[in-house]
Design a protein around this ligand. Structure first.
Ligand SMILES: [Zn+2]
Length: 155
């Protein structure tokens, strides 16, 4: 399966089973959280791999006779990047949740620039604004031509 197919699969899954929310630590500090929770461990594991989630954890059923569920989640800049990429493909309700999560997220400054590009699936070294050279150039060309940017930089 190629990358476009994988993203389409993930988009469909998240439209059905994804949760987009904000983890609010204080009035100033909040970060986005993206989560998928299902009974099917294989599907959750596959979503975790695509999203770059660190692990899949199991939650025991709250009621007797219910099945346990499996959860994959990402947070912070990684979640924000995916939310920006996916928001156009989501339905009204999830898009509103994404917009709420992104609106609450104000990374102050790139105090800690990432080691590699933040575009999902890209592992080229970081050059500027969270992007590698190639993605920085794509972003800056789009911006120069007044097109909708296909890539969202960190700042
Ligand atoms: Zn890149």
């Amino acid at each position: 399966m190629n990358e476009a197919c994988a993203i389409a699969w993930l988009t469909g899954l998240l439209e059905g089973e994804g949760t987009f929310s904000v983890n609010r630590q204080s009035a100033e500090i909040a970060y986005p959280v993206m989560k998928v929770e299902m009974c099917d461990q294989g599907i959750v594991a596959r979503a975790a791999r695509l999203l770059g989630a660190p692990n899949v954890w199991r939650r025991e059923a709250e009621k007797e006779g219910w099945r346990p569920t499996y959860i994959a989640a990402i947070t912070g800049q990684q979640a924000a990047m995916w939310m920006r990429q996916l928001r156009h493909s989501m339905g009204t309700r999830r898009r509103a949740a994404i917009d709420g999560a992104l609106a609450a997220y104000h990374p102050i400054r790139l105090v800690d620039p990432p080691a590699s590009c933040v575009v999902p699936g890209c592992s080229e070294p970081h050059r500027g604004r969270g992007l590698c050279h190639k993605h920085y150039m794509t972003w800056s060309r789009d911006r120069a031509k007044g097109r909708d940017a296909r890539i969202t930089p960190l700042r």
